[in-house]
Design a protein around this ligand. Structure first.
Ligand SMILES: [Mn+2]
Length: 331
């Protein structure tokens, strides 16, 4: 890990033009990591551009009041990718997670650096800084940024990294949260991150439509396998009725997971062209293995899968049936 950080530090020092990107539907870790790295590169007098497949969700727009995160439009932005010296791919380790950027990232001669904390990276980058024990990509970036002696962690960087770590640890409660995480966060508070304000910006910022969507989703709640697996679903009709999109189901999995005795919680989302499944588990249940059975990926306790051209009513029974064998894992 130390050697890898040194290697990447050297590439940052050597080159000048950087592009930063992340996965489809960026979350707090993805956006916080991108913005922290962007500000760090600017402080080092480098050129940096952030290009994302999606525009920034409403509850993270406050973090980017300078509009540094650009919604990728191929005709307008492709040359940034093709002419970059280095491309940072953050919080994602599979090229198809980059969606509309993927063909250009495959085409460019730029050096590709993948910084991530997910398991099973695909071989498409030139350098990998992967720590699957880290709570978040933000925590890995903190380590990278801290190695530059000349770089002060300014408030903007601290806020972005704090947001990344807070969101990916479920507000410091997920299993990988350890003393090291709190040491990092303690320093970020010293550097000006305000925990009250950041929490409010991210989590106490719902639209009425989103709250109504949650109500409808909870109405679909069912449990199977003696109450050990609980699931909810959101259909296209529900999104239309409440004026919401799939992005607003972020963290809905916490509700089935909060039920006494539930070991696996699942959220099924109906998309325009298929479905998205979010899986959560407790203890040693390797829910990423269940996700893999449906072409997905993730961590031990949190994973996801996207299936194109599949229907909810066909997939739900199949997923529930396959979930049974994972309940036998020790916890
Ligand atoms: Mn992450």
């Amino acid at each position: 890990m130390k050697n890898k950080i040194e290697e990447i530090k050297e590439l940052i020092n050597r080159f000048h033009n950087f592009v930063i990107t992340t996965h489809v539907n960026p979350d707090g870790d993805a956006l916080g990591s991108e913005l922290a790295l962007y500000h760090a590169l600017r402080l080092l007098d480098k050129n940096a551009v952030i290009l994302n497949h999606n525009s920034t969700p409403d509850n993270y727009k406050w973090m980017d009041d300078g509009n540094r995160v650009l919604h990728f439009i191929p005709e307008k932005h492709r040359d940034y990718i093709l002419n970059a010296d280095v491309i940072f791919i953050l919080d994602a380790n599979q090229p198809d997670r980059l969606r509309s950027l993927e063909p250009f990232i495959k085409q460019t001669k730029a050096i590709k650096i993948v910084i991530d904390h997910h398991l099973d990276p695909h071989p498409f980058g030139d350098h990998y800084l992967i720590d699957d024990e880290a709570t978040s990509t933000g925590e890995i970036l903190y380590k990278l940024i801290s190695t530059f002696d000349t770089l002060k962690i300014e408030r903007e960087i601290a806020v972005a990294l704090y947001t990344a770590i807070m969101t990916d640890t479920g507000s410091f409660r997920f299993p990988r949260t350890d003393p090291e995480t709190h040491n990092v966060v303690s320093h970020l508070l010293e550097c000006g991150a305000d925990p009250t304000q950041i929490y409010m910006n991210v989590y106490e910022n719902w639209t009425c439509g989103r709250m109504r969507l949650l109500g409808e989703a909870l109405d679909t709640l069912k449990t199977v396998h003696s109450g050990k697996v609980a699931y909810i679903k959101c259909t296209q009709e529900m999104f239309k009725e409440t004026g919401t999109t799939e992005v607003e189901t972020d963290n809905f999995t916490m509700y089935p997971m909060s039920i006494q005795g539930v070991l696996i919680g699942i959220l099924f989302n109906e998309l325009n062209n298929g479905i998205k499944i979010s899986f959560r588990s407790k203890g040693n249940i390797p829910i990423n293995e269940l996700a893999k059975e449906f072409g997905g990926n993730g961590h031990l306790n949190a994973a996801g899968a996207r299936l194109f051209d599949k229907k909810l009513e066909d997939m739900i029974p199949l997923v529930l049936e396959k979930s049974l064998k994972y309940l036998q894992a020790e916890i």
